[in-house]
Design a protein around this ligand. Structure first.
Ligand code: CP
Length: 328
């Protein structure tokens, strides 16, 4: 894949080689992210960081990643504070804002909206989450984390067993991660959710065609040899009414007792965050916070490295990072 000037809209764009390219550059970003080294490779460049839906990690880590490469960030947050609230089209917004930016990261509540925006943009657009559809940068950081966590236990991605649990219908992170993992070999997927919130058929078809072993269930069972348990939040913002979301909240929890009963001692615990910590939900309990297998904050940390790598690649400066090093 030629990254320079490309939009990053879906994980479908990638193959194993392009994923490895991103991960190799993400590894090289570590000393810059830790401020052991400093680079000005994107000095003078501007990121348009457009978040029309709530975000903490994705928005701030895109901005942090761009700043760490020497660039500046201009943000718009919330639909109500942009001219979209006055009826402006995504195309017009893209035409205008792409004149002010070198690259744009965007989140929007509607599936397909970031691709629609990209049609009007004259600079690369990176999808920070479009409705229940995709979250490609989250999937990349999740896979990067999985590789690192499994390598620590002496395993690779091929042949692993992953349990995904919770709202698999509306959870865009599990859609994108499943599509990425489908590119690897012989993975066991145990997909645990209420029947009404099961993984969409479109994703199941991709896993089936790639020859993976998939179990769809509404019971926490068959997970005792899982290498990864990937918990998700009930995506209340995608339901027609809050009452509908209430029906499913708290159904599939993970806490220390359940973890010890259903998983092997070194199963890696993941969650894209935010976790819903309200008592009626609490899908990932704080009593696991000291468990060394809890990888949720390592996932969030890795988001900066992955987003730095994507900026370096889409802006065509990946081979110049060291050349523009400056004093720390
Ligand atoms: N994982 C994730 O997308 O988090 P935010 O909603 O905080 O960006």
């Amino acid at each position: 894949m030629n990254f320079t000037g490309s939009n990053i809209l879906s994980v479908e764009q990638f193959d194993i080689d392009s994923i490895q390219t991103i991960f190799t550059i993400a590894d090289r970003m570590q000393p810059y992210a830790r401020r052991q080294k400093r680079t000005k490779v994107l000095d003078g460049a501007i990121l348009g960081n457009l978040f029309f839906e709530p975000s903490t990690r994705t928005r701030v880590s895109f901005g942090t990643a761009f700043n760490l490469l020497g660039g500046e960030v201009r943000e718009t947050t919330g639909m109500e504070s942009s001219a979209l609230a006055k009826g402006e089209s995504l195309y017009d917004t893209a035409r205008v804002l792409s004149s002010y930016s070198d690259v744009i990261a965007m989140r929007h509540p509607k599936s397909g909206s970031v691709a629609e925006f990209a049609e009007g943009s004259r600079v690369p657009v990176i999808n920070g989450g479009d409705g229940a559809n995709e979250h490609p940068t989250q999937a990349l950081l999740d896979l990067y984390t999985i590789k690192k966590e499994l390598a620590y236990h002496g395993h690779g991605v091929d042949g692993m067993h992953i349990c995904m649990m919770g709202d698999l219908k509306f959870g865009r992170t599990v859609h994108s991660l499943s599509r990425l993992l489908a590119m690897y070999k012989d993975i066991r997927f145990t997909l645990i959710s209420p029947r009404e919130l099961a993984m969409p058929d479109s994703v199941l078809e991709v896993l089936d065609q790639a020859g993976h072993h998939v179990t769809v269930t509404d019971q926490v069972s068959g997970s005792s040899d899982a290498d990864i348990v990937y918990q998700t939040r009930i995506q209340q913002e995608r339901f027609t009414t809050p009452q509908e979301a209430d029906m499913y909240r708290g159904k599939f929890r993970l806490n220390s007792e359940i973890y010890t009963k259903h998983y092997k001692p070194n199963t890696v615990i993941m969650h894209p965050l935010p976790r819903d910590s309200r008592a009626e939900a609490n899908e990932l309990d704080n009593d696991l916070n000291q468990n060394p297998n809890l990888a949720i904050f390592r996932q969030a940390d890795n988001g900066v490295l992955i987003r730095m790598a994507l900026f370096a690649l889409t802006l065509g400066v990946a081979d110049q990072i060291e050349k523009y090093e400056c004093d720390v």
